[in-house]
Design a protein around this ligand. Structure first.
Ligand code: ADP
Length: 427
């Protein structure tokens, strides 16, 4: 008010009057803006913190789920990072380590003092040859059989490693080694082998005696012709039975004898076709033998006859009436190739992959009640492989099956006896 009195208001007074409030106003506006900005940033930080907490909770939940799943499976598991360091093991794996004799640590089974033996059950397996170490140095581990611990507590496990590919720069990859307890499976296989070889031995003894007496009977000078013919059929079938029993024994002991000689496989095929003719005719199945030229191989004619008998009898057994079974043969790149093709029931992929397993019978074969042992192809494969050859199968469910046998071709000409071999029909 004193300033407003006339004559007292000069420029300096006026400046002071305006400048102070203006400066105050500018300061308060700036403070307001800064405070607002800080509030905004604090809100943003709080929102980010909440998001991080939520993501952490999800990760923790997933981790708990992973541990629960990994611990609940009955397969031992060891996970490795890209450098081969163990990052995760599960409860089952710890149980395996206890079997191997380490109560405290090392579920990865890499310690020297752990009692771990090779597939034969006797050779101590050094840590460098154990599955986790092998997976760590990027070796392939597929179904490695190990024995853990000592009798009577020992168990057999089969180990397989799978590598994990790093998907991007953040994930370096690594591998997972899985251990499966196969003690029961091995025990069952051993029991089956024992059973088979026991039965085979029991059957062989009386059969040998039957064969000896048949021979004596056939040597009798006053034998009427029809009785001699009947005895011959009995003798032939008893011999066949003896071969079958020997195969049962061989399949359980792995002792098939092969005597390769230059042999024309076309002759072997002809004999097999003639032997199968009666069974095929009874089922109204046509046998189309297209092997009409020499196929000389280093082969045991009797054993290869056995292979073809089995493939043909399977083709007939697993085909419906009215279909055709075709036999083809050719020579290729120093090998003789034989094919038995049927247009029968076929198999799906899962069954096809197991046809050469001992005692395997496809689900459709079991359901249909077709008789079989699941051993014929085991013996066939062993015979072919003993010849240095291979046997393969391709099949489609409901469409048919093709078995392909490949044998090394022989350099020399076949001996006369093998060409057009004597036909033995089963009666
Ligand atoms: P078996 O015929 O006595 O059962 P094999 O070892 O000869 O024994 O055959 C094993 C299994 O493979 C058979 O039980 C059958 O399920 C399947 N198999 C073999 N050959 C054929 C085929 N030609 N077509 C369809 N399935 C087949």
């Amino acid at each position: 008010m004193p300033l407003l009195s006339p004559g007292s208001l000069d420029a300096a007074h006026l400046l002071r009057l305006v400048l102070l409030p203006a400066v105050m106003l500018a300061i308060s506006v700036s403070v307001h803006i800064v405070a607002n900005n800080m509030d905004f940033q604090r809100d943003q930080l709080a929102a980010k913190e909440a998001e991080v907490r939520r993501v952490l909770a999800v990760i923790r939940e997933r981790e708990q789920l992973l541990h629960a799943v990994v611990d609940s499976i009955d397969v031992g598991l060891v996970a490795l990072d890209a450098e081969g360091r163990v990052t995760l093991t599960n409860r089952q794996q710890q149980a395996f380590a206890v079997r191997a004799g380490s109560r405290d640590t090392a579920p990865d089974l890499q310690q020297e003092r752990q009692k771990i033996y090779d597939g034969d059950g006797v050779t101590f397996l050094p840590p460098a040859d154990r599955p986790v170490r092998r997976a760590a140095v990027k070796q392939e581990v597929a179904g490695q059989l190990l024995w853990l611990g000592e009798e009577p507590q020992r168990i057999a496990v089969s180990a397989t490693a799978r590598s994990i590919d790093g998907q991007d720069g953040d994930c370096a990859g690594g591998s997972v080694v899985l251990f499966k307890d196969v003690t029961d499976q091995l025990a069952k296989l051993a029991a089956k082998d024992d059973f088979m070889s026991g039965i085979s031995h029991e059957l062989r003894t009386p059969l040998t005696s039957i064969l000896a007496y048949l021979e004596l009977a056939m040597e009798h000078p006053d034998l009427p012709e029809d009785v001699a013919a009947h005895l011959e059929v009995a003798d032939r079938n008893a011999e066949r039975l003896l071969t079958l029993i020997s195969d049962f024994l061989s399949a359980s002991a792995g002792t098939l004898e092969i005597r390769p000689e230059p042999t024309d496989l076309a002759g072997v095929v002809r004999s097999a076709v003639q032997s199968a003719a009666a069974t095929a005719a009874a089922k109204n199945i046509a046998l189309d033998n297209q092997v009409d030229h020499e196929l000389v191989s280093a082969a045991d004619p009797a054993r290869m006859g056995q292979v073809l008998d089995n493939l043909l009898s399977n083709a007939i057994k697993y085909s419906p009436a009215g279909s055709t079974v075709t036999l083809r043969g050719w020579q290729h790149a120093g090998h003789s190739v034989l094919e038995v093709v049927d247009t029968g029931y076929g198999m799906d992929d899962a069954d096809r992959l197991r046809v050469f397993d001992r005692f395997f019978r496809s689900s459709s074969a079991r359901r249909s009640g077709i008789h079989g042992t699941g051993l014929g192809l085991v013996v066939a494969k062993e015979i072919v492989e003993r010849h240095g050859g291979t046997i393969d199968v391709s099949s489609a469910l409901g469409e048919g099956t093709t078995f392909t046998v490949t044998l090394p071709a022989a350099e020399r000409r076949p001996s006369g006896s093998a060409l057009g071999a004597e036909v033995v029909t089963s009666e």
